[in-house]
Design a binder for this molecule. Structure first.
Ligand code: ADP
Ligand code: MG
Length: 553
């Protein structure tokens, strides 16, 4: 047998491991969820590859995860008969940080002075390396499906790992065995009762059956059936089960703010189980953040890259399980399938209509969702022309007259002043500063509501030619505000035209400022301040101009 080869971890892994080893994060149970989820992923990958290459399954077609306790030796083993890893794959998967979530986690803690920021561990779900929260040594032995060689990986989490080929007799017949040498204070993870309860709550709904052996020579006992939760009738699933499933499938720690579970029948048959999270994922605005809805075909996991929902619904978690997509075609072919296109369309529409329903049936809950994900949903206003109406209906805004409450456009239009023909808005970065802008004086004097738009995305959609019920959106900083036809709130009429003195003054200002301004004119928008800057009628909004300047364009 070859001697073990010692290698150093990639710098980021070493940092992450340091954090795990010294973690004071109290909810250490998550390591178990992470390792079981890896084992289940490995079984699902094999199930998928086995579709085109049945030989990979050999005579063991039943996926299985086995957790073995050894209290005497203070060891915990998690074994699966999934896809397994070759020696090269072991080094690659367990020596670098491949997944973007973990990378983002590293970025986030990089700035933090205190590694006491360990609550972040739970928020992110940091994968395999979380094993080092409870173990001072981890050994992985793996044999890839269809391969006649096996390899092992071992580390104490302190900067290096060893890797070496091993005799197949010492490896699982197929798949991966992860052996944890538990730290002294983690001995409770060899207690059968603790482990069973933890697995049932955290991982009870992974789509692979889980067995528990109380001791190395004990009989395995099944503790989770591996039945896909989404195939059960809704009436048989409790809110708690949905939440557990959401947490284990999405790697989230919060609760779903909205759960949508239904079966579509008719032209296409599929099941949808989708969740809107309660809290904002940390990477929601990463440019490469993709959607998180998984595609299954008849319970076989196919891909999480099918982009089932449009980008502006990327916060939705869950899955679609299709009955009529072909199983034996490549992921690429599925992407181009008209069946998938139909599913994408229908599921997207359904999610928006559920949100719309919620807005009336449980306004408070809806507003919480809007508060959390509104800035993302608003991207759809310029990205998804076909659903713009629907999205405008879902949109809620703070305004100069709403006193901090959310207003819909329906509310806004219902309260239009006489002769008011546009929906007025002001964009900026800060609601409070926006509300005190002199640009708003003339509007306030007339009691006209102005929407206060403080999200980055606002500058983009408002300038994309949107209207609502025939009313165009108009910036208060842009062009003529056409306020002269709208009476002042106190009943006074504004001066019909500028006096000669004002005209003389305007001519003087124009001459003095020269090319620095495009125009100088009398305005109805001011009642107290002497002057303000506005953008040209058809030019860029001032906030958009600032944003683009900031982006270096
Ligand atoms: P993630 O699961 O998000 O990819 P992890 O840190 O949990 O991140 O795991 C890293 C990688 O290690 C996985 O992507 C996978 O390639 C590999 N891996 C971990 N556990 C197993 C396993 N039981 N079987 C096969 N591959 C595994
Ligand atoms: Mg994982």
């Amino acid at each position: 047998e070859a001697a073990p080869e010692t290698r150093s971890f990639e710098a980021d892994v070493a940092k992450l491991l340091h954090l795990m080893v010294h973690s004071v994060y109290s909810d250490k149970d998550v390591f178990l969820r992470e390792l079981i989820s890896n084992a289940a992923d490995a079984c699902e990958k094999l199930r998928y590859e086995g579709l085109s290459d049945a030989a990979l399954l050999g005579d063991d077609g039943q996926p299985r995860i086995t957790v073995t306790l050894d209290a005497e030796a203070r060891r915990l083993t998690i074994e699966d008969n999934g896809i397994g890893m070759s020696e090269a794959e072991l080094a690659d998967a367990l020596g670098t940080i491949a997944r973007s979530g973990t990378k983002a986690f590293m970025d986030k803690i990089a700035g933090a002075k205190d590694s006491g920021d360990s609550h972040l561990i739970g928020q992110f779900g940091v994968g395999f390396y979380s094993a080092f929260m409870v173990a001072d040594r981890v050994e992985v032995v793996s044999r890839r499906a269809g391969s006649d060689s096996a390899a092992s990986w071992a580390s104490d989490g302190l900067g290096t790992y060893t890797i070496q080929p091993v005799d197949t007799a010492d490896a699982p017949a197929r798949g991966t065995r992860v052996l944890l040498h538990l730290k002294e204070d983690a001995a409770s993870y060899t207690e059968s009762y603790t482990i069973e309860r933890t697995i049932k709550t955290q991982s009870g709904h992974v789509p692979v059956p889980i067995f528990l052996k109380d001791a190395p020579d004990a009989e395995p006992k099944q503790i989770a059936d591996g039945a896909a939760l989404w195939t059960k009738p809704k009436s048989e699933i409790t809110a708690e089960e949905y939440q557990d499933f959401y947490r284990s499938a999405a790697g989230q720690f919060d609760a779903p703010a909205l759960t949508l579970h239904y079966r579509a029948e008719g032209l296409h048959e599929y099941t949808v189980l989708a969740f809107v999270p309660e809290t904002k994922p940390f990477d929601l605005f990463d440019p490469d953040r993709a959607g998180r809805v998984k595609l299954y075909v008849r319970r076989v996991f196919i891909t999480d890259e099918a982009q089932i929902l449009p980008r502006y619904l990327r916060f939705v978690r869950g899955l679609v399980d299709s009955n009529d997509l072909p199983l034996n075609v490549s992921r690429e072919m599925i992407q181009e399938s008209p069946v998938l296109a139909a599913i994408q369309k229908a599921v997207s529409n359904r999610i928006l209509s559920e949100l719309d329903k919620l807005a009336t049936s449980d306004t408070e809950r809806y507003l919480k969702i809007w508060d959390t994900f509104g800035p993302v949903l608003k991207e759809g206003l310029y990205e998804d022309f076909a659903r713009r109406e629907t999205l405008l209906g879902l949109a809620r805004f703070k305004s100069t007259t709403s006193g901090g409450a959310w207003r819909s456009l329906k509310d806004y239009v219902a309260d239009l002043k006489d002769n008011q023909t546009a929906i007025y808005y002001a964009t900026g970065t800060d609601l409070e500063r926006l509300a005190t802008s002199p640009q708003l004086e003339g509007f306030r004097a007339r009691g006209i509501e102005v929407l206060l738009l403080a999200d980055q995305v606002d500058s983009f959609w408002v300038t994309s030619g949107v209207d609502y019920e025939g009313k165009p959106f108009k910036s208060v900083t842009q062009g003529l505000a056409d306020l002269s036809l709208i009476p002042l709130a106190d009943g006074e009429q504004p001066a019909a035209a500028a006096s000669d003195a004002v005209n003389d003054f305007i001519a003087f200002v124009k001459e003095t400022l020269g090319d620095a301004v495009a125009d100088v004119r009398a305005s109805d928008r001011l009642t107290e301040s002497a002057a303000c800057l506005v953008a040209p009628e058809h030019g860029m909004d001032r906030q958009l101009e600032k944003l683009l300047a900031g982006a270096g364009r």
